[in-house]
Design a protein around this ligand. Structure first.
Ligand SMILES: [Zn+2]
Length: 139
């Protein structure tokens, strides 16, 4: 079960009602970020994004990942081996009958994806992100 509190923002400035989020976000972004959806693998244009830049939260704009931590995981979702400091928060999700570590934006609480312990060096972590939850800002 996903605890409803997980979607609560850490920053009071980002407190919005569900209706406000729905009005603000594109439908696919809303479904992933506020309803814990998952975009279809291989659909994100960010899978093939290789320019230097920053990946920010699609909901609140907080910078989450730097392009030099992105790698091709072959999963069909944009993948990173490390987030920026204090950019994300994690919690445990048991939805598919196994414990997975869910990743949220540290500022607005929006769902981003999951982190798995099978990533490359130096961290060994794979942040498997929904492209619709990210906004790429080229440098
Ligand atoms: Zn955010």
């Amino acid at each position: 079960m996903v605890k409803p509190s997980m979607n609560n923002p850490k920053d009071p400035a980002e407190v919005r009602t569900d209706a406000e989020w729905q009005a603000t976000l594109a439908p696919d972004t809303y479904s992933v970020m506020r309803k814990h959806g998952t975009e279809r693998a291989g659909t994100s244009p960010l899978n093939n994004e290789h320019r230097p830049g920053l990946y920010a939260c699609a909901a609140c704009g907080l910078a989450l990942f730097e392009s030099n931590t992105k790698f091709d995981s072959g999963s069909g979702w944009p993948s990173f081996f490390a987030p920026l400091a204090k950019a994300v928060a994690t919690s445990t999700d048991h939805k598919l009958g196994m414990a997975r570590t869910e990743v949220h934006c540290a500022r607005c609480g929006g769902h981003l994806g999951h982190v798995f312990p099978d990533g490359p060096r130096p961290t060994g972590e794979r942040y498997c992100m929904n492209g619709v939850a990210l906004k790429f800002e080229p440098k």
